[in-house]
Write a protein that binds this ligand. Structure first.
Ligand SMILES: CC(=O)N[C@@H](CCC[C@H](N)C(=O)O)C(=O)O
Length: 376
């Protein structure tokens, strides 16, 4: 596929971001492109809003998997792109438009240059939430076409184009979403003594939770407690009866995740007494850490540095989460960072990754997959 075609695909996809398990237009767009390939060796199956694409090998000994996530985020885009999102309030602000275009570029390369092994592409919904990796991998179709190895990448705004970064072992954190609903007693703004104000309780809860990382987690471990959204109350002169906090917990170890949750529960119990309110905690979706297969990721790093002109860096662990962690917990594989050199980071309304990185990724993965197909 020519560079211009891939850029068009990226820009088309950028305009139609959709939330997890609502990627209907995205799925249709991808299917239209994939069906244009017209190879008798291509098998396509849809799964919810995702797609499995199997390219049969010439003499398969194994199946090599490649996963691309396809959902967008609830962010109002603020780039100056002429191809801005057409879905107001939604944006591909985590690079999944890049991830999909790259997967199509790799698929197109192998349609023209078939290899011995089967290739399975997983266009996976709902990475940002509630998590599509686990149900997709446990689906009947994945059972039938189960990959023996699996790879994926994520764009890295802070790295220059032409740089690949990864590490053997732990790459991304364990994550858990966090939703806390508070219910007190509303009333007139002028009579606070007759109410139990949930705006004040919510504010205090956020402050108290900030001490968990500094005072309850081993300083040599790492953890994050972020509250990304608070809602509560109705208008300015009514004391709020309800409030809701929405956030996420990140830890590098499972022990710290348990500890953070235990502390949140204790603080919330104290809040119920202190503010005379009721509280309910819901942990939403939890993602398994991304733990790269050590031998494969080491081999990949050596391969890139010895056989390409790209830069390979040993990365540190990141507190980002990825439901691809579930896939690599079941199948040997790895994830790596792809440098895209954007002045604004992931989940930012002005994220503007450099499109030259698309070709870099297609080149890197095409070469490495070819190499893997020749090796045992
Ligand atoms: C790469 C990336 O940014 N992934 C997301 C995954 C979100 C998981 C879940 N919805 C949560 O917030 O815990 C991330 O925010 O790291």
């Amino acid at each position: 596929m020519e560079k211009e075609e891939l850029l068009k695909i990226r820009r088309d996809l950028h305009q139609i971001p959709e939330l997890g398990f609502q990627e209907y237009k995205t799925q249709q767009y991808l299917l239209n492109i994939i069906k244009q390939f017209k190879s008798e060796h291509l098998k396509i199956e849809t799964w919810r809003t995702g797609i499995f694409v199997l390219l049969e090998g010439t003499n398969p000994k194994k199946t090599i998997g490649y996963r691309a996530d396809i959902d967008g985020l609830p962010i109002q885009e603020e780039t100056t792109y002429p191809f801005q999102s057409k879905h107001s309030g939604y944006m591909h602000a985590c690079g999944h438009d890049f991830h999909m275009s790259i997967a199509l570029g790799i698929l197109s390369h192998f349609i023209d240059n078939r290899i011995e092994d089967n290739l399975l592409f997983l266009f996976q919904p709902a990475e940002e939430g509630p998590g599509g990796a686990e149900p997709m991998l446990n689906s009947e179709i994945a059972g039938k076409w189960r990959p023996d190895l699996i790879f994926a990448l994520h764009i890295a705004p802070e790295l220059p184009v032409g740089t690949i970064a990864t590490k053997p072992g732990l790459l991304f954190a364990n994550t858990s979403e966090l939703f806390i609903d508070l219910k007190g007693k509303g009333g007139h703004a002028a009579y606070p003594h007759t109410t139990n104000d949930m705006v004040v309780a919510a504010a205090n809860l956020v402050t108290q939770m900030q001490s968990i990382v500094s005072r309850n987690v081993d300083p040599l471990d790492s953890a994050v407690v972020t509250i990304g959204k608070i809602t509560g109350g109705t208008v300015q002169n009514i004391i709020a009866e309800n409030a809701r906090l929405e956030g996420t917990i990140r830890t590098l170890s499972v022990e710290s995740m348990d500890k953070v949750k235990e502390r949140i529960e204790a603080i919330v119990r104290g809040l119920e007494i202190g503010y005379n309110c009721q509280a309910a905690i819901d942990y939403g979706a939890m993602y398994h850490q991304v733990y790269n297969d050590e031998a494969l990721s080491e081999e990949f790093m050596s391969y890139i540095s010895e056989h390409t002109d790209y830069d390979v860096k040993l990365s540190t662990e990141a507190m980002t989460g990825e439901d691809f962690g579930y896939m690599v917990s079941k199948i040997p594989g790895f994830m790596f960072w792809l440098g895209v050199d954007s002045p604004f980071g992931l989940h930012h309304a002005k994220l503007t990754p450099n499109e030259d990185a698309i070709q870099v990724a297609v080149d890197v993965m095409s070469k490495y997959i070819e190499f893997k197909s020749k090796s045992k």
